[in-house]
Design a binder for this molecule. Structure first.
Ligand code: PRP
Ligand code: HPA
Length: 224
């Protein structure tokens, strides 16, 4: 009620000062400033030519994906296995959207690297290290930020199958099908990704840009 009264008096003041009500709120409420104006600024970066998936687009889609997994795994005890480092933000958001969480839902991380240093193409040599939890007879939800050539996930899936998992479903936020070299089955994807090098929301170029809250196309001058 108090907040409403403040807003009502603000809107009157806005009319006289010819400020949009949003601008008024920004000037008066620091929290609003962070949530609206700052968010608009955070959707930009000098090295990004185009935002493909905004923070809100991602949030909405990840929530849908979480619901789907909650339904598919309600009678299983999934082990959600994120692939480091790229999946760390997606993982954190996705597991919190698997609601209600199936009993026995566990979380672990595997490590794989194929894009070494300043490279925008896969080296083809994938080094994989599994997580710390036993995986034999577990229902694995393998979580990737992006499936591009498919070489990283192909290698991981081979390793998981050798270790005797009960099942393995690949969940990828981005699926760049146009660049596929290995045939991998993405059970659940967030978005189809165009054939462009993208960064943000965990995805990097030479370890930079992972903390951007959106996913965008990296300016070619940044890597060429
Ligand atoms: O389908 P692919 O062509 O194999 O590419 C996909 C992989 O490449 C990236 O990992 P990267 O090796 O760059 O390591 P990172 O996760 O630490 O960034 C990404 O996180 C995927 O794991
Ligand atoms: O487009 C990409 N961006 C960042 N990392 C990647 N790894 C494979 N493809 C990509």
């Amino acid at each position: 009620m108090i907040a409403q009264a403040h807003l009502a008096s603000l809107s009157g003041w806005c009319k006289t000062s010819r400020l949009r009500s949003e601008e008024c709120a920004i000037s008066v409420f620091p929290a609003f400033q962070r949530s609206a104006a700052a968010r608009a600024g955070m959707e930009r970066h000098a090295d990004i030519t185009e935002v493909l998936f905004s923070e809100q687009n991602i949030k909405t889609r990840v929530a849908e994906m979480g619901q789907q997994l909650a339904s598919d795994y309600q009678h299983k005890q999934p082990l959600v296995l994120g692939v480091l480092s790229g999946s760390f933000i997606f993982m954190a958001d996705l597991v919190r959207c698997i609601q209600p969480p199936p009993s026995g839902l566990h979380v672990d991380f595997a490590r794989a690297q194929s894009y070494a240093g300043k490279a925008t193409w896969s080296s083809g040599e994938v080094h994989t290290i599994m997580g710390k939890l036993p995986i034999q007879n577990r229902h694995i939800i393998l979580v990737e930020d992006i499936v591009d050539s498919g070489q990283t996930t192909k290698n991981l899936i081979i390793g998981l199958k050798k270790a005797g998992v009960a099942s393995c479903a690949l969940v990828a936020l981005l699926n760049k099908t146009s660049r596929r070299v290995e045939n991998v089955d993405v059970a659940l994807q967030g978005f189809e990704c165009p054939d462009k090098f993208v960064v943000g929301y965990g995805l990097d170029f030479d370890e930079e840009y992972r903390s951007l809250p959106f996913i965008g196309v990296l300016r070619p001058e940044c890597y060429s």
